[in-house]
Design a protein around this ligand. Structure first.
Ligand code: MLZ
Length: 266
């Protein structure tokens, strides 16, 4: 739970502060996850958001579900919070006069979809309606993030990971999520009310495994955990670093991260 990373120590050492809870579109306590692997539900196809598909819970992590669309492959799993409005009990689509659709990349001939649907639902364990949450938490009225605030965020390139991050910039209703220790390689802009960003401490409440920061660190010069001037144990160089914007130039004053949050990438 939370690995060896300690926000307490990290915030002290970085002199940063956590974005207050009211900035986020997340409840004060994470939503209870009563789903089980194997349960089926309806989900919007993330690659074709007008389609409602059948999905199977293939994993659980904290308040999130790892979902796989029935009839799809195992390369396009996606994660949703249990209180996401993008998941519904089976039957909801039909109730609203909709039609269940094959996922983008349906592995069979389109004409076999009706029979596939019948078979996939026959005898399936359907997630009961009572374990769904009635609604998503309301969005805060405005973007009240500030540059420099810390948070926990889904790494959208590796969406099973939630990682320590910092608000890098603000752009109207958008927030630049920058991942600590990764020199920009995983950064993205999202709306301030995105469900992919969480207050500091979220993962320790849900039981999610918060990843430690990377070792391609952008650290204040005064940081107590900088030591011998050698490169840390980062996995590989990060592409796309705009010169002079973030981090150190290669070959200059490199930092080794020896803090209590560990040194391993993933
Ligand atoms: N170990 C992998 C994943 C990095 C995840 C970073 N998250 C901000 C890599 O080095 O690509």
């Amino acid at each position: 739970q939370g690995g060896h990373f300690s926000w307490d120590k990290y915030l002290k050492e970085t002199g940063a502060s956590a974005a207050p809870a009211h900035c986020f579109r997340q409840g004060a306590t994470p939503p209870v996850n009563e789903f089980k692997a194997g349960m089926k539900l309806e989900a919007q196809d993330p690659r074709n958001t007008t389609s409602t598909c059948i999905a199977t819970v293939v994993g659980l992590t904290g308040s999130r579900l790892r979902l796989r669309l029935d009839g799809s492959d195992n390369k396009n799993d996606f994660w949703r919070l249990v209180d996401s409005s993008e998941i519904q009990p089976i039957g909801n689509c039909e109730k609203n006069a909709g039609m269940l659709q094959p996922p983008l990349g349906f592995r069979l001939n389109a004409s076999s979809w009706p029979m596939f649907l019948l078979k996939t639902l026959n005898g399936a364990e359907m997630a009961p309606a009572r374990i769904f949450h009635k609604q998503e938490p309301p969005a805060p009225e405005q973007n009240s993030f500030q540059v420099g605030m810390k948070l926990e965020a889904v790494d959208r390139k590796n969406p099973h990971f939630i990682c320590p991050a910092t608000v890098g910039a603000l752009r109207g209703v958008e927030v630049l999520v920058t991942f600590d220790g990764w020199r920009g390689a995983f950064d993205y802009y999202c709306r301030y009310d995105s469900r992919d960003i969480f207050p500091v401490g979220w993962c320790s409440l849900t039981g999610d495994n918060l990843q430690p920061p990377g070792t391609k660190a952008v650290l204040p010069k005064t940081l107590g955990c900088l030591s011998d001037g050698s490169e840390g144990t980062a996995m590989h160089p990060m592409p796309g670093q705009p010169p002079g914007q973030r981090g150190r130039k290669p070959g200059r004053r490199k930092a080794k991260l020896t803090g209590p949050w560990g040194q391993k990438g993933a």
